[in-house]
Write a protein that binds this ligand. Sequence first.
Ligand SMILES: *[C@@H]1O[C@H](CO)[C@@H](O)[C@H](O)[C@H]1NC(C)=O
Length: 268
Amino acid sequence: MFRCFNLLLLLFCLVYHSETSTISVSGKKGGNIRLRCEHEDNNIVQIDLFKQPDNISRLISVCETEECSGRVFKEGNCDVVIKNLIFSDAGNYTLDIYYNNDQTELKPNNDRIVPIEQKKWTYRLHIDDEISVKTGEELKMSVLVSDADKVKTNSSGEWKEVWTRDHGVQSDRMNDDNDGNLIIKSFLDSDAGTYRVLDTEGEILITVSITESGRKSPKKMDDTEQHKNWIVPVVVCLVILAVIVISVFIWRRQHRGHTQVQQTRHRN
Ligand SMILES: *[C@@H]1O[C@H](CO)[C@@H](O)[C@H](O)[C@H]1NC(C)=O
């Protein structure tokens, strides 16, 4: 009976733990995000940050301060900041901290093993972005990150799948490439809407809101072309004019020289 109760308590604890442990955080592409660890004491001996694409955890190196070449650094006791966010930062992270829970009893020459304890947090990092595109322009979104399983959009007014990991592009408006880009060759205002990238569990990794921002104006192109057409004849005319002026100048000088010679001959 007592064992049963213990088991129940353990189950309850596990459920409780997993329910509260995943913290959702959202950041804008190019911005910063802070993964908060909430550990008051300054007794941390190690911090490990892992990114979890599917089942393979990848250890991410965390700098001690912001002054380092990487984008990931420690702030405060054990908060981790990721700066200059990119789409592929989206996904699940685990932060493990190891701390010494017996600081006051520890003496400098004491050989006793210090008890090290561990705390763990998990985060789901979501990245969003807003883009405005002119109709007729090419739109390239680098959203097909390694955790991406599906892309959906509501550009038609209802949510539709436009890309899946298994079958690629599902829309004749789009292409994909080997560099993880989803491409719309020539943007139409009917392509405007929200694009969501989902992982295998159906959780949103990336949200891109795309609005139409006017037309890539054909009139403007004509203007610049007309401008060029106008410039070329003017330059040609100027060159011809210069050649004529120089020729006349040379001819007149030669002619005057000639008549002068004739005049002096005549006088003699
Ligand atoms: C798509 O969904 C967003 C909210 O997620 C909404 O603001 C927007 O108006 C929707 N767009 C269309 C075209 O339905």
